[in-house]
Design a protein. Structure first.
Length: 259
C-alpha cells in the first residue's frame, strides 16, 4: 500500500455534495441510529441507497422521508440478520443484481449489544445471538454480495467496529468478541482481495453517539453530552467514495480522541 493510502484519515475529508453520485450503496441497520443517519447522508450525497433491516415500518418511513427531500432513489430490503436463512440472503442478492447489476458500497451498521456481564455468568443463547447479528450475518451478507461488489469499478465494504473490539474490556462479553471478529474479518478479506479486485474493505468506529445502544450500555450518561448520529457521517462518506480509493484493510475512528 502506498504512503498516501497509509496516511489517509476520513475525519479530515470534507465530502462535496455529489460525492456518491451514481453509486449504489446498501446499508444494514438502516432503520435506526447510525445506520439511518448514514443511509440518509449517502442519499443526500447522490447515492442510490438500499435500506436493509428487519423493521419494515421504520424502513418505509425512512424511504418516504427520502422521497420528500428529493434525494436519490432508495429501495428497501427486508432481512432479519438474527433469523434469516441462506435463501433469504440469496433472494436479496438476486433482487439487487436484477435492479442494479452491481453494488458500489456495503455498510454493515446493524448490531445488538446483548448484555454486559462477566464471562463466568454470560448467558449462552445471548452470546450466540450477538455473534450471529454482529459478525456471522455480516460475513454471510458480504459473501453473497461479493459478485455484485466485484462488478463495480470502485466498491467499498465498511464494517462497524468499536473501541472494545480493539482492547478487551471486562464485562463487554459477546459484543466485544464480535467486534474483535469484525476487525479480523476486515483484515482477512482485504488481504484476499488485494491486487485481484478493486473492492476495498475497512472498519470504522463511530464512537460515542446519541443512540439507543449507547443508552443501553450507559443508562446514566447525559444524552446531551453525546453527538447526534447525523454529525458523524462525513467519515463514512469519505470511506465509501473516491477519496478512499486504494485504502483497504484499515480500521478508522469517526471522532478525534477526547481531551
Amino acid at each position: 500500500m502506498n504512503d498516501t493510502a497509509s496516511a489517509f484519515d476520513p475525519r479530515e475529508c470534507a465530502p462535496h455534495a455529489h460525492e456518491l453520485c451514481g453509486r449504489v450503496i446498501a446499508v444494514t441497520g438502516a432503520s435506526d441510529g447510525i445506520g439511518r443517519a448514514v443511509a440518509l447522508s449517502c442519499a443526500q450525497h447522490g447515492a442510490q441507497v438500499i435500506l436493509i433491516g428487519r423493521a419494515a415500518q421504520k424502513l418505509q418511513a425512512l424511504h418516504a422521508e427520502l422521497e420528500r427531500t428529493g434525494a436519490a432513489q432508495a429501495t428497501i430490503g427486508i432481512l432479519d440478520l438474527e433469523n434469516s436463512l441462506a435463501h433469504d440472503y440469496d433472494a436479496l442478492a438476486a433482487a439487487i443484481g436484477a435492479r442494479y447489476g452491481r453494488l458500489d458500497g456495503l455498510v454493515h451498521s446493524a448490531a445488538i449489544l446483548g448484555r454486559l456481564a462477566p464471562i463466568e455468568h454470560y448467558d449462552v443463547p445471548t452470546w450466540c445471538r450477538v455473534l450471529q447479528v454482529n459478525l456471522t450475518a455480516g460475513f454471510a451478507l458480504t459473501q453473497v454480495l461479493l459478485p455484485l461488489l466485484k462488478a463495480s469499478s470502485d466498491a467499498s465494504v465498511l464494517f462497524t467496529t468499536s473501541n472494545v473490539g480493539r482492547h478487551g474490556r471486562a464485562y463487554w462479553g459477546a459484543y466485544a468478541v464480535s467486534k474483535f471478529g469484525v476487525e479480523a474479518l476486515v483484515q482477512i478479506l482485504a488481504a484476499e482481495l488485494e491486487n485481484v479486485s478493486p473492492v476495498r474493505v475497512n472498519a470504522i468506529n463511530p464512537g460515542r453517539a446519541r443512540t439507543r445502544m449507547r443508552r443501553q450500555a450507559y443508562p446514566a450518561e447525559a444524552l446531551e453530552s453525546l453527538p447526534e448520529p447525523a454529525a458523524l457521517t462525513a467519515p463514512y462518506i469519505a470511506l465509501l467514495g473516491p477519496a478512499s480509493r486504494g485504502v483497504s484493510g484499515k480500521s478508522f475512528d469517526c471522532q478525534h480522541p477526547r481531551r
